[in-house]
Design a protein around this ligand. Structure first.
Ligand SMILES: *Cc1c(COP(=O)(O)O)cnc(C)c1O
Length: 359
């Protein structure tokens, strides 16, 4: 038997076992081609089918109509930090950003290299322990940029703000497809595949036609969204293998019952861990304000660093990995992406109870 652990890594992250097994089955001979999916042409009928199906599944699962284009681009979510201002931040406008953590800050730093940035809200002064309750967006902002889930700090927007006609853009890298959301509120959504959607390489970009019409003229070809829209992400060789894995993961989500069913499971998973923390608040100390708690990344501190190290090591010895907090914040982080089963969460919760008793 292959040895598998419960993998609580923040990203790249756990994948559904049946998806990995399907990859394994198809690896040497993809659908009778006698080639691996890594070896086929990105212009072949086989890949076209994978790409079209992945696009259709994103549309179906997120409830988006044809006014949205669905792309799979390279460069990670980090490339989007650059592409967004390069396409939409004209010299006569300001881009509004909410700073809710390390990833937002990186997005802001890129936009500042391109043009004027207005800080519409921030929780930096309290170590990013919450989603700011108030934001202010200039009437003429080119767009408002949010980060829906803050992977490192463990916060998540529970309700998105209303900002009238200003286009909204969201980095959903670590909570895309994890619950039902108002996706249609946004003109552009992006997410690296390696947390909730598959293997690293592809970045999902969802962009409305209205937003595509706003792209600045004269951009370099590869950095212009319209290049990729025109060619269905096939202007150059896309991350073929990663898109294939995304397609399999989306099929798996659909089989679970879509986002409604996934949301129900994810709600139960995070409640199990938060309730446990709340019953031992002096031992498992949450680092964020309860109203901003993330469903995907639960961050906590133990009474001291030595205990944290002991916790992480003992969990690893019991086949539960990836629980170390991000190096910039320390502590313990439990990532509960879609592919983490309730069984894994139960096992961790029991471990946490036992560890508390023994220490
Ligand atoms: C992981 C992550 C990123 C960075 O993704 P890359 O694909 O490595 O560029 C950006 N934003 C958020 C919210 C993330 O969780």
């Amino acid at each position: 038997m292959t040895h598998r652990i419960f993998n609580f890594n923040a990203g790249p992250a756990t994948l559904p076992l049946e998806v990995l097994q399907r990859i394994q089955e198809e690896l040497l001979d993809y659908k009778g081609t006698g080639m691996s999916v890594m070896e086929i042409s990105h212009r072949s009928a086989e890949f076209e089918e994978i790409n079209d199906h992945a696009i259709a599944l994103v549309r179906e699962l997120l409830g988006l109509d044809d006014s949205y284009h669905i792309l799979f681009l390279g460069g990670g979510a980090s490339m989007q930090f650059a592409m967004i201002p390069l396409n939409f931040l004209t010299s006569d406008k300001t881009a509004a950003y909410v700073d809710t953590g390390a990833w937002s800050s990186k997005a802001i730093a890129e936009a500042q290299k391109v043009g004027k940035v207005h800080l519409a809200g921030s929780s930096k002064d309290t170590n990013y322990d919450r989603i700011p309750e108030k934001i202010d967006v200039p009437d003429d902002a080119a767009y408002l940029h949010l980060t829906s889930n803050n992977t490192i700090h463990g916060t998540q927007w529970q309700k998105f703000p209303d900002v009238g006609n200003i286009p909204m853009i969201c980095d959903m890298s670590s909570d895309i497809a994890s619950r039902q959301r108002e996706f249609k509120k946004f003109d552009l959504i992006y997410a690296g595949a390696q947390k909730n959607l598959g293997a690293a390489g592809a970045t999902l970009v969802i962009i409305s036609q209205a937003m595509a019409d706003k792209c600045i003229e004269g951009n370099l070809t590869m950095l212009d969204y319209r290049t990729h829209i025109k060619k269905k992400s096939l202007f150059n060789t896309p991350p073929v293998f990663s898109i294939y894995v995304v397609k399999l993961v989306l099929e798996w989500i659909k089989k679970q019952g879509g986002l409604q069913a996934i949301e129900k499971i994810n709600r139960a998973k995070k409640e199990r861990i938060y309730q446990l923390m709340d019953s031992h608040p002096d031992f498992y100390k949450g680092t964020v304000r309860p109203d901003s708690r993330s469903w995907m990344n639960i961050t906590m501190r133990l009474p001291n660093e030595q205990l944290e190290q002991k916790f992480i090591a003992a969990a690893k010895a019991a086949d539960m990995g990836g629980l170390k907090g991000h190096r910039s914040v320390g502590g313990v982080r439990v990532s509960l992406y879609n592919a983490m089963s309730m069984e894994g969460v139960e096992k961790l919760a029991q471990f946490m109870e036992d560890f508390k008793k023994a220490n």
